[in-house]
Each structure stands twice: as structure tokens, then as C-alpha cells.
Design a protein around this ligand. Structure first.
Ligand code: PRP
Length: 182
């Protein structure tokens, strides 16, 4: 299936190219959900924590394919402001309400770029005593090494500015059903 960008969604911007089409994303998300389903059991009390806002579409598609009992919660961290380059500063705007202690926690992130967000967030979550703490990132640019690295990665992302499927440019273009470079 070819993804044809709808000019009406782009608000006058032009895309460089579609990097991951809808169908390719769907297949990859299904595979990730299968692997997560196989990695845990009902006794793990799986808690899936989505990092907002970027992960909202990926998270919604992923959890609907995980065949286990689970809870969903969110964490809001913002690092980029309005620019296209990371400011290196991460602000926590919302903290998960759900208990993390004793549960298997999977943090869902749309993209790992400079690693700043995760380096800051993961220690905070680890301090709450989860049974396990893993990371599932749809995209990883491999600019940095993370400790720990995500257990699940959807795609090795190119060093381009990516938008769509949750990823924004100045808070817009998150609603594109595919991932494109700007
Ligand atoms: C973006 C993206 C990741 C993070 C990755 O979030 O969604 O969370 O940056 O970059 P890093 O690895 O350099 O930290 P942003 O802070 O723009 O907020 P958003 O999720 O609301 O778009």
C-alpha cells in the first residue's frame, strides 16, 4: 500500500519523503506487541507507560495488540520547545498515578534522539521499585548509547527530522498516519 500524503493535512508544508508508510508501521507495531505479549504473563501486572505527547498514537495501536491484562498510564515530559534541536532540558509535567512497585513496567516512547528524555525519566521510574522496567521505542536514531538500551525498537531511524504518527513539528503534523521527513 502506498501512502499518499494529503496536502490538506500539511498546512502548506512540503514533505521530503514518506519514511515509513502506514502499512509498514502497522506490521511492525503488531510484531512488537506479539513480542511483548510473549515476554510477560498475567502475574506480571503489566503497566504500559506512554511518554506524552509523542507516543499517543503508537501507544494506542500497540496496547490494542497486546494479549495480556494490563494498565495504561502516562508521563508527560517536554524537552524540545518549539525548535528542531533538543534543548537538553526536560520538564516533568505529569507523573503516572498508577502504582509501579512490584509491577512489570514498559515505557513507550515514540523516538529516541539525543536520549536526554529517557536518561532523565528512567531513573525516576526505577526508584519506585518496579519488578522490571523496559523500554519500547518506535524509532531509535542511535545517536547515543542508552543505559539500558530499549528492549524493543520498531525502526532504526534515519538522521532526519521526522513527523507524523505522533511526532510533531511545532506541535503540528502529529496526526499524519505515516512517518515522513520534513
Ligand atoms: C520528543 C519525542 C521524545 C523526545 C526524544 O519529545 O517525543 O519524547 O523528544 O528526544 P531526546 O531523545 O532527544 O530526548 P518532546 O520533548 O518534543 O515532546 P512531545 O512528546 O510532546 O513531542
Amino acid at each position: 500500500m502506498t501512502t499518499v500524503p494529503s496536502p490538506a493535512q500539511l498546512g502548506g508544508r512540503s514533505l521530503e519523503r514518506v519514511v515509513y508508510a502506514e502499512e509498514e508501521i502497522r506490521r511492525r507495531v503488531e510484531a512488537l506487541a506479539r513480542e511483548i505479549t510473549e515476554a510477560y504473563g498475567p502475574e506480571d501486572e503489566l503497566l504500559v507507560v506512554g511518554l506524552l505527547k509523542g507516543s499517543f498514537i503508537f501507544l494506542a495501536d500497540l496496547v490494542r495488540r497486546i494479549e495480556l491484562p494490563l494498565k495504561v498510564d502516562f508521563l508527560v515530559a517536554a524537552s524540545y520547545g518549539a525548535g528542531m534541536v533538543s534543548s537538553g532540558e526536560v520538564r516533568l509535567l505529569y507523573d503516572p498515578e498508577a502504582r509501579l512497585t512490584g509491577r512489570a513496567v514498559v515505557v513507550v516512547e515514540d523516538i529516541v534522539d539525543s536520549g536526554t528524555t529517557l536518561n532523565r525519566i528512567l531513573p525516576l521510574l526505577a526508584a519506585r521499585g518496579p519488578k522490571s522496567l523496559e523500554l519500547c521505542a518506535l524509532l531509535h536514531k542511535r545517536r547515543v548509547r542508552l543505559d539500558p538500551e530499549p528492549r524493543w525498537v520498531g525502526f532504526e531511524a534515519p538522521a532526519e527530522f521526522l513527523v507524523g504518527y505522533g511526532l510533531d513539528h511545532r506541535e503540528e503534523l502529529r496526526h499524519l498516519p505515516y512517518i515522513a521527513s520534513l
